[in-house]
Each structure stands twice: as structure tokens, then as C-alpha cells.
Design a protein around this ligand. Sequence first.
Ligand code: PLP
Length: 417
Amino acid sequence: MTATDVPTSSTPAVSARTAAHIEATERYAAHNYHPLPVVLAEGDGAWVVDVDGKRYLDCLAGYSALNFGHSNERLVAVAREQLGKLTLTSRAFFNDKLSGFAEALCRLTGKDMILPMNSGAEAVETAIKVSRKWGYEVKGVPAGQATIITMEGNFHGRTTTIVSFSDDEVATSGYAPFTTGFRGVKYGDIEAVASAIDETTVAVLFEPIQGEGGVVMPPEGFLRDLRALCTERNVLMVADEIQSGLARSGRTFACDHEDVVPDIYIMGKALGGGIYPVSAIAADREVMDVITPGSHGSTFGGNPLAAAIGTEVVAMLEEGTFQARSTEIGAQLEAGFGPLIGKGLSDVRVRGAWAGIDIDPSLMSGRQMSEALMARGILAKDTHGSTVRFAPPLVASDDDIAGLVTAVTEILTAARS
Ligand SMILES: Cc1ncc(COP(=O)(O)O)c(C=O)c1O
């Protein structure tokens, strides 16, 4: 420890400058996160730099909001240009950027219409509202009785309605009373979904890959079976692609892996290029037409800055290079982490540039692995005890990924010896 190094409540020693930022943040901002003790000041591509000038490979990428990397040149240029023109109109007026964004996102999703919002949770709320209204007005569900099937282990955001169907006690404790009308079933269990559907069911809401759950995938064929079931039972298939979509899994949408098209896509995170919160749902006209003036909205949703960035995001995705790179990174992660099963890892799940590793809990927790990686210049985030998830920006190089694999291997080897 140098003279300027001071210990914080977390294990790693940090500089006085870093400690001052952490202390002020902890003093004045609510403690709704438990960050690693690193204070970031700059980012470029797959790398970030802290206030002491130390570089880190960013293997969280803003929970996949930074799929295109930090300070992506194309996105920053579009944002800068739009900042100098017009940033907010509200939807009380039209703006000259929303039309192009809506058309582009409809093209990308193959859907007729979008409804733009800001955060992911708002888009999920929007999908819930649209599904319920469709249930009453189109399907004919008796007033006030709509139910939505949800999956155990889900993560869809933090609003009171959304945590109402979460089974994570930390996310729900102290927030009752909850919103009713949700029925949880085992993730990936098509029989359980089928049994839970009745005449009040308007939608099945699911993540094609559960990101916060630890990059958990349903059994092969589940998405296809769910598509068939929803069609047969006249229930909306609502895919939350906020974290799994927009090239993270190696395809534009994770549902593409089974050639499945849901009735509603929910998108967020990378839609704003890591620059600005941009979210949306996309659906066909017969579903989206239940929305009428005044029945839903947001001051910032569809604003010209968001729309300009989102349009460029779609243009980048339409080129297909990020999806291809994600697949390449995935192959490297799989080849690197796979052999560690039985050598410190109990399971490895990889889909595109997205990996969840389960560490033998007797060796270390996910938090301890994250701290050990941080000491080696890699930032990652634990989720659920002994699981760590890796989601590097899709601009990460082969050397970057090789460095991540080596670091994890060496940390596990040291822990086992
Ligand atoms: C699948 C999924 N849905 C919804 C959300 C909520 O998005 P936001 O944090 O932007 O509200 C998240 C965030 O991690 C997510 O992973």
C-alpha cells in the first residue's frame, strides 16, 4: 500500500482520489448498488480508464447497453450533431427524427409499429399495458381479469408492477402491496406454461435468455414451442430482448436462434448506444392499435436526440458486423471457459459474446472473482452468489478476450492450489 492508498469498506485498497469519490457518492447518493471500488472517468471501445489513469477491459458493457463500445464514433457523431439542432419536443408535436427511427426499427423487427420510451422498465410496463388492453379489446377477456404468464428467475426491471412478479427477495422486500395479474412458471418449461394459460391469459412475458439470472438459456426448442402455443391459445408472445437483443447473443435478437418471431419485442439498453436511454416495443398494427391518444405516454419517449441515436444503432445492426463479431467472441469464450469446468467452474453458459460462469462456491464468491479480476484490469459483475457474467463490448479484440480467459484461469488456479 502506498502513502496515498487507503482501505475502504471493500477489500481492495484504493487511492485517496478514488476513495474521495466513493465516499462522496456513498454519502450523497442512495445505496441501491454495491459497486466495485473503481471510479471511471473515460471510455473508448472496450476499455475504460479510472481517475488514477488505470485501464480496465469493460466486461459488463453497461449491462449490454454498450454493445457498440464506449464513445462509438458513429453514434457520438450523430448525437453531437443532434445536440446542436433539437433535443426535445415532447410528443405534443411531431419531430423530424422520430419518423425515420420508427421506420428503421419496424424494418429491423419486421413489425408494423413501435412505441418509444426511455428506460427498459418503461418499455416492459408498456408491453404489459398493451397486452392487457389487447386482451380486453381484442381477445375479449372480462374487464379487470387479465393475467400474464411470467418466468421464475426473471429480471424485467424495478418498477412496483415489475417487481410484483419477481422472485428475487432483495428486489421485492419492503415494497408490497404488489400488482396482481401475474402467474409465474418454471423458466423453459413449456408444459408449465400450457397449464398456466386459461381464458384470462393475455400474454406470456419472457427473456429468451435470462441475463441477470446468470445467462440462463431455456432448453432447445422452448422458444419454438412457446411460439406455437401462444398462437394456438391466442396469447401474445412477449419477448423481453432488452439485454439479449441487438447483437449481444450473436443474432439481432436472441429469438432469432430458433427463428421465432414474438408478437411484441421489448428493446432497450443498446438501442441508445450507451449514450442515452432509448427503449421501445414493436408490434403489429392489430396489437398496437389498442393504444389511443392519452392512454399511454412519456415526456421524453421518442425525442429527437433519442431517435437520431436509435436510427444509427439500427443502421449499424443492419450491416450485421456486430452480430458476426459477437459470434466470434462467443466461440473464443466457449473455448476458453469450457475446459475450466471441473477445474474451479461447475458450469459455463455462452451465447454470443455473453457468458455466465458458475464458480465452485467453496473456492470463492462471484464478488471475490470480480474483485480479483479488477485487480488484473478487468471489470465484470457477479450475479447470484457464485455466478459471474461477462458481456464485453462487441468491439473487443481477440487479445482482449484472451486476456479475460487467462485472468479467470489464473485466478481459479491460484484459488485451487
Ligand atoms: C431483460 C431486462 N429487462 C428489463 C431491464 C430493465 O431495464 P432498465 O434498467 O433500463 O429499466 C433489464 C435491465 O437489466 C433487463 O436485463
